[in-house]
Design a protein around this ligand. Structure first.
Ligand SMILES: [Zn+2]
Length: 415
């Protein structure tokens, strides 16, 4: 028995010796020096236990997908022990792997594209990006909440985008900004810190497309809606509002500028329906393409999903509500003076990052950021991206992405 053990140890010793003495083949043509020590270094870097300069980190990305993960260490290890030989990616392969997942080129970014991007990003980087559907809309779409970060941080930032149907450029921009953070997780992209360092204590909770039904209506008109009952109801809503003299738009235009969900509730008026104990009138008393607040606060699955996330977060430190248009930041929602100070501080950070201007008027409309600020005491601002009239020209999608690319990191670094 004893003899058998010592034999095994000898074998093991020889194996380790052989593995460690494997020397690289021509590094210039065939990638880096593959040893188990090298594989270990790549593994440590991929999980944030070791840092290196950007060039070195890039060289660890053996599958050349611009994302350093344990999968790269696995390639190195298999090559080091002779199970594989390393084939550097071809130029075409590299181009395919590095092309953006979240596409902000001038095109209509649909709910289906969002679903695909969420799935791809979380498959590539499960330890730093996850998502789930929290509820279903009237027309059967999922209300997704994604988490950028480990999901185990002790603070949270909460972001909503696409709450208004006609503001459908923002979901693409937000997803692309998330992708930027994920791909540069171990690069020092903000204030001399890596994304991983910034997100160590803070998870970013993002509703990338808060109102997918409303977005489908604005993008495709009635064709965007799957349920015939909802299509009929939308026609009734239009006739009612037109007969009441609340709109003079053609049906097509009415749908194009649609902000509400498919039930005709303006979700960004559905969070609070009273202010200081008095009912707050949002502008319309029945379903419409905008401004109708709903029968009661949180009457809609979309707003309920948001409420659940805010109330379950252990320590939500800031709220960003991403809208269009005007390149403005709303921060004064008639909150108390302490709240005003807190929101203004956040607004200045957003101003620094985006180059947008602080709006100096005070307004309460029962929006998500009003509710989180007034009822939950979380510093909250509304960011109005882009310029023009909603829906904004698609060409602005990339410009908006640039404006908000490191916004979440800036806020996380400050709180
Ligand atoms: Zn809006």
């Amino acid at each position: 028995m004893k003899k058998k053990h010592s034999c095994l140890f000898t074998l093991l010793f020889i194996l380790v010796f052989v593995i460690q003495s494997i020397t690289p083949t021509a590094a210039a043509d065939n990638g880096p020096a593959f040893t188990t020590a090298y594989a270990r270094t790549v593994l440590r870097a991929s999980v944030g236990l070791a840092t290196a300069d950007g060039e070195t980190l890039r060289s660890y990305d053996l599958d050349a997908n611009r994302i350093l993960t344990p999968a790269d260490a696995r390639i190195a290890l298999r090559c080091a022990v002779g199970l594989d030989s390393y084939t550097p990616p071809t130029d075409e392969g590299f181009a395919a792997a590095t092309s953006a997942i979240a596409d902000v080129s001038a095109h209509i970014y649909t709910y289906e594209e969002l679903e695909e991007d969420l799935a791809t990003l979380s498959r590539l980087m499960p330890s730093r990006f996850t998502y789930s559907s929290l509820a279903t809309t009237a027309d059967g779409r999922n209300i997704y909440c994604a988490v950028l970060g480990s999901g185990f941080a002790n603070k949270q930032i909460i972001v909503d985008a696409g709450i208004h149907g006609s503001e459908y450029l923002n979901p693409a921009a937000v997803m692309s900004a998330i992708e930027y953070c994920l791909r540069n997780y171990d690069a020092k992209v903000y204030d001399g810190k890596t994304v991983r360092e910034i997100l160590r204590d803070t998870d970013i909770y993002v509703f990338p497309m808060f109102n997918p039904d409303g977005i489908a209506i604005s993008q495709f008109g009635l064709d965007g809606i799957r349920s015939s009952a909802i299509r009929e109801n939308i026609q009734t809503i239009y006739k009612t509002q037109r007969n009441a003299g609340n709109t003079y738009d053609s049906f097509d235009t009415y749908l194009k500028v649609w902000k509400s969900n498919a039930r005709g509730v303006d979700l960004n008026r559905n969070f609070m329906i009273e202010k200081d104990g008095k009912p707050y009138y949002s502008g319309l008393s029945s379903p419409a393409n905008e401004l109708y607040a709903g029968a009661y606060p949180f009457s809609e699955p979309e707003t309920q999903a948001y409420k659940t996330v805010v109330e379950r977060a252990s320590d939500p430190v800031a709220v960003l509500s991403i809208h269009s248009q005007g390149k403005l930041i709303y921060w004064d929602c008639e909150q108390n003076s302490e709240g005003k100070q807190a929101a203004k501080r956040l607004a200045y950070i957003v101003e620094d990052e985006t180059g947008y201007y602080l709006d100096m008027s005070d307004s309460f409309v029962g929006a998500s950021a009003d509710w989180t600020m007034i009822e939950k005491n979380i510093p909250s601002v509304t960011v109005e991206c882009g310029r023009g009239h909603n829906p904004l020209p698609l060409a602005q999608q990339a410009e908006i992405e640039k404006a908000i690319r490191t916004l979440f990191l800036a806020v996380a670094a400050a709180y």
